[in-house]
Design a protein. Structure first.
Length: 492
């Protein structure tokens, strides 16, 4: 991971341990004063104290080996054993690398160089008889930076131990499933200032867990959150890992695990770009084989995944009414409406029409557009099973309640359906407004029913007394004209 030239004060602030930070601050002060030998000596002391502090942290977390090492140092200190103290100091980098993986092999070499230069600076060292060892400013700064970036800014757990800790954390049933909370959780552990290898290896472990294992939904949710949280914290490393590993991992999956690849691509954003053409073709063929009845949740998710959405939409054109109902129960969506209206158009019985209306179309009412309204009016006019069903008024009420269509189009739908079937008029009475009634009064043939409905609306304060009087006058006038022309007496 590339880094810019970092200010010395910023480097000091990166240190985790207060005691090590104190020595590093002293080293920086020496560097600025031109005392480069003192700077290197103080830097080495900071490294030793930081390793000891990390041993304390590991011992507290239950690491028996760290506890043994720390007790050994305490014994040396109590006995003031100089020889053993020297041996301990000379071996401290070795066991930090091998036993605790606090540093990598390359970092070990850099810190060994610091140890050797510290010895040159702290002990009488001469290049020639009359020339003492004098480190350069560049060398002192080099050691300062290495000490902090390799060790002092790092948590005590790295390598395999860090991976195990992270996986143990994610596998806990209490690990969060939302990304923000997962980030907060990771900010208290090894991912705060990790080595690139740690992030990369952790992501690979998560990839394999998600793609190669069939785990429960709660576990998947935690793993997805872990991937996205790690990506948010270390985007470039994670995305480079995707580019290197994701395609090959999916390519090598068995057919039984291929659904995991689709779930991963859908849930982890912007990962389709890392998939090669041959793998994409395989995924597309898998999606074409998805059975809506047995995998409805997956199908619903695919409708929100742009690279595979068109394949899912093509499958909708062949879906059965039962499958559309299953999908609607999971999540009502506009994509189902055309197919649902086609089934409604050919409904062969009242029961069939009612089931389609109450099981599917009423839930899709918020997605109606003007074209859908035109289709519904045609269906209600041409299909007597629909026109006489109890489900049609339910659809009308939902469309009115959704209030997402132009007022003129809703009015057209209401008038058309009420005129076609008086039962529909009665069943949607609670949703009608005065202006609907003004139109319907001249179109509803059964004036006695209309009169009773107006009375009901007046009593429920759905229309005012004045509006009731206007409507009744219209009814009287219209009915009187018709009855007089027939030579019959008025019923009221």
């Amino acid at each position: 991971m590339e880094e810019r030239l970092v200010d010395l004060d910023e480097l000091v602030l990166r240190c985790r341990n207060d005691q090590a930070r104190s020595y590093i601050s002293e080293a920086v002060a020496c560097y600025r004063a031109g005392a480069f030998r003192s700077c290197i000596v103080a830097t080495w002391v900071a490294v030793v104290f930081d390793i000891l502090h990390k041993l304390d942290e590991l011992a507290l977390s239950g690491d028996k080996n760290a506890e043994i090492r720390r007790q050994a140092f305490d014994e040396i200190r109590r006995n003031a054993d100089i020889n053993q103290s020297l041996r301990f100091e000379n071996s401290i980098l070795e066991f930090a690398k091998k036993e605790f993986e606090l540093i990598s092999p390359v970092e070990y070499e850099d810190l060994q160089r610091l140890s050797k230069d510290r010895n040159r600076c702290a002990h009488p060292s001469m290049i020639a008889y009359d020339e003492i060892y004098q480190p350069t400013a560049e060398l002192a700064r080099y050691h300062l930076r290495n000490a902090i970036t390799h060790l002092l800014q790092q948590p005590p757990v790295q390598g395999k131990a860090a991976i195990e800790r992270l996986i143990r954390e994610v596998n806990s049933q209490y690990f969060p499933t939302d990304i923000d909370s997962a980030v907060k959780s990771f900010q208290q552990g090894p991912l705060v200032r990790p080595r690139e290898a740690l992030v990369r290896n952790f992501v690979v472990v998560l990839l394999k867990s998600l793609l190669e294992n069939n785990v429960s939904d709660p576990v998947n949710a935690r793993l997805f959150a872990a991937v996205e949280a790690t990506r948010r914290m270390h985007r470039s490393i994670v995305e480079n890992t995707f580019a290197e590993k994701l395609g090959d991992t999916i390519r090598n999956l068995t057919d039984n695990n291929f659904i995991n690849a689709v779930n991963f691509l859908v849930h982890i954003s912007d990962t389709w770009q890392y998939i090669a053409i041959d793998v994409r073709n395989k995924i597309e063929n898998f999606v074409k084989s998805v059975n809506i009845a047995t995998q409805p949740e997956l199908f619903v998710i695919l409708l929100d995944f742009e690279p595979l959405k068109q394949i899912a939409l093509s499958a909708l054109d062949k879906a059965s009414a039962d499958e559309i109902e299953i999908l609607t129960e999971i999540q009502p969506r506009a994509e189902y409406l055309d197919r649902a209206l086609e089934f409604y158009r050919v409904a062969s019985s009242y029961n069939n029409a009612n089931r389609l209306a109450d099981g599917i179309i009423t839930y899709l009412a918020p997605f109606f557009k003007s074209g859908h309204v035109d289709r519904l009016m045609t269906i209600a006019t041409e299909n007597s099973e629909v026109n006489g069903s109890f489900g049609l008024p339910h659809i009308l009420c939902k469309i009115i309640d959704a209030n997402k269509l132009p007022k003129q189009k809703i009015d057209e739908l209401v008038i058309r359906c009420c005129v076609t079937n008086t039962t529909t008029f009665i069943n949607i009475l609670d949703h009608l407004q005065f202006h609907h009634l003004e139109i319907l009064v001249d179109k509803i043939g059964d004036y006695s029913i209309f009169q009773r409905m107006m009375e009901k609306m007046r009593l429920s304060a759905q229309i005012t007394e004045e509006q009731f009087a206007i409507l009744m006058a219209r009814i009287t006038q219209t009915f009187m004209t018709e009855q007089t022309s027939k030579g019959e007496e008025l019923p009221f």
